[in-house]
Write a protein that binds this ligand. Sequence first.
Ligand code: 5AD
Ligand code: SF4
Length: 473
Amino acid sequence: MNKQVKIISKEEVDIQHEYMSRVRVLNNQADRSWRAVVRTFGCQQNEADSEKIAGMAESMGYEIVDDEADADLIVVNTCAIREHAELKALSITGQFKHLKAANPELIIAICGCMVSQEHRLDDIKNRYPYVNFLFGTGELYRFPELLYKARVGNERFFVVEDTEGTLAEGLPIKRVSGFKAWLSIMYGCNNYCTYCVVPYVRGRERSRMREDVLAEAKQLIESGYKEITLLGQNVNSYGKDLGYDYDFADLLNDICAIDGDFIIRFMTSHPKDASHKLIDTMAANPKIARQFHLPLQSGSNGILKAMNRKYAREAYLELIDYMRKMIPDISITTDIIVGFPGETEADFSDTLDILSKVRYDNIYSFIYSPRRGTPAASMNTQIPKEIQSERFARLLELQHKISNEENQKLVSTTQRVLVEGISKNDPGMYTGRCESGRLVHFASDTDLTGKIVNIYIERAETFNVFGKVVERK
Ligand code: 5AD
Ligand code: SF4
């Protein structure tokens, strides 16, 4: 009852820095190195959180490694968005049992969205006795304190506080990439889509102060980062809770005003809050990637209502028209849920119809997964699995055709590409992403990783395009 967002004071963060020093002292006492693995499931927000966990672990004297077999500390950062994500996290945790048996000193911690649900917390408490401690999304900033306690004591503990989320500044971050960065601008969600567990596990919307966001962006750009993705569950609500007249479009403008050659992306936008002002801001700022991820979820007005999405297909399509008018080369992607309770064949056809009308470059599609405690999970119109799978296959078939056709349109154009590294499938090729987010493959004699280059597109497939470097920036 009466839960609130908790702003973590500088003093409280300093206490965590003090715990980081204490763990470092413990580590320095032993004449050996200490290794930590952070395993991440789920969305970009979780990846960003894991970079904080890794940053704190590194500050405590751990080397961040990839192989659990070598680790003294394993942190599993879990996701709860669909059952599949939870089962994967539980399964990997199960595999660590033998590591703990071989090395009783090994510390295993589980955190993130899954454990912020009471029934999953109980699951781990009871069925995974070798897990040392567990902390919810709101307790991430307390990781150093919890780890210290686990290092000096023998007790197991489970810390999920009864808040609507926390907001902490000043924690160290160890970024995975040296040229692409996540920048969280806000946390939590107020929307309560009826299928979604996020508002329950990540609390209410809370924005970081603009000074903090701008300082982080500036520091990233000055240290050579070429692409920054602004993260929030609903970035279009940025600033609404701050009490001054400053919104997401204003923030984008201020970030674009920072000197340097960089690309800004953002996700996720809720269609009910995506404003013309935001689209105008994108149109006016070449530093913002010509890409918009606008989750539709369903093309049927009845299902949108049952999902509590608060927009109708007509308003969604109007927004798309405005985007295309203002930014003709914009690439649009979306999220679709198939088989939501009560979805009829006609509802599903409405979704296919929007796919044909909008012609997304790419879609992220999911079979509806009932989440405990959400309104949709107790609707008595759940759709049988076979129907869900059959619709899912039809959705993908249509989208693959559209993606292929849209990719063909890139042939003979020149695209600005941020090079990500050597191709996973072909060591003779480099891979990058163009502004639309598409994967681009090309040959190069020199290592262009982390650089922005121009690629002339020669050939396209459904998921990839291929080209050659034409002029270096
Ligand atoms: N079942 C299936 N997909 C879901 N998503 C969110 N909750 C569920 C669920 N219960 C999808 C939505 C959202 C994306 C991140 O995950 O499409 O936009
Ligand atoms: Fe979930 Fe809806 Fe919030 Fe997105 S906007 S996190 S789908 S509740």
